[in-house]
Design a protein around this ligand. Structure first.
Ligand SMILES: [Fe+2]
Ligand SMILES: [Fe+2]
Length: 179
């Protein structure tokens, strides 16, 4: 498997989560309410999986290596654009988390903020994913030898192991703090 094969597998899971969020958004419009626990789960997925785990591989490993290569002006431009888009995901996720806290405290206006920002994510992500799948990943692959590509794939695996440990360490710490 190419290193970007793993990134594409992750894209498919992100797309499935986006479909779930989309269905939940339709319910918000119909019922004018949302389950804050659903929002917690969606935010956790976006933050831990889509951002730290997936964007982590893209920014901290793939792009780190690409920066050492003589990138074409177009590939450089797309890479900068993708990093900006990752930052947008982080900002949007923070807005949703803050609004979810307010919604739990009874602020109905916060529901609009949650809905609008979830909508931003489901509209934005498919375009970002398509740009990577069809343009950025294939273009990136051409800069690497097979050996370099496989080294990145191995490093992706290390990042996954680290993230699973961190994620569940945080779960345990949160539960311990409530005892
Ligand atoms: Fe990305
Ligand atoms: Fe991606």
């Amino acid at each position: 498997m190419h290193a970007y094969g793993l990134l594409m597998i992750e894209h498919r899971l992100i797309e499935r989560m986006l479909s779930v969020i989309k269905a939940e958004l339709n319910k918000i419009e119909f019922r004018h309410e949302i389950d804050p626990v659903f929002v917690d789960i969606a935010v956790d997925f976006i933050r831990v999986y889509a951002d730290r785990t997936h964007h982590g591989k893209e920014e901290d490993i793939l792009m780190r290596e690409l920066k050492l290569k003589p990138l074409s002006a177009e590939d450089q431009r797309v890479m900068t654009e993708l990093v900006r888009e990752h930052a947008l995901v982080r900002q949007t996720t923070t807005l949703i988390t803050n609004a979810n806290d307010r919604y739990r405290d009874g602020d109905q206006i916060a529901l609009i903020v949650i809905a609008n920002n979830l909508k931003t994510l489901i509209e934005f992500f498919p375009k970002h994913i398509e740009k990577e799948d069809k343009q950025f990943y294939p273009a990136s692959r051409a800069y690497f030898t097979d050996a370099e590509d496989q080294e990145m794939l191995e490093e992706f695996g290390e990042l996954d192991r680290k993230m699973v440990y961190e994620k569940y360490k945080a779960v345990v710490e949160k539960l311990e703090s409530k005892q």
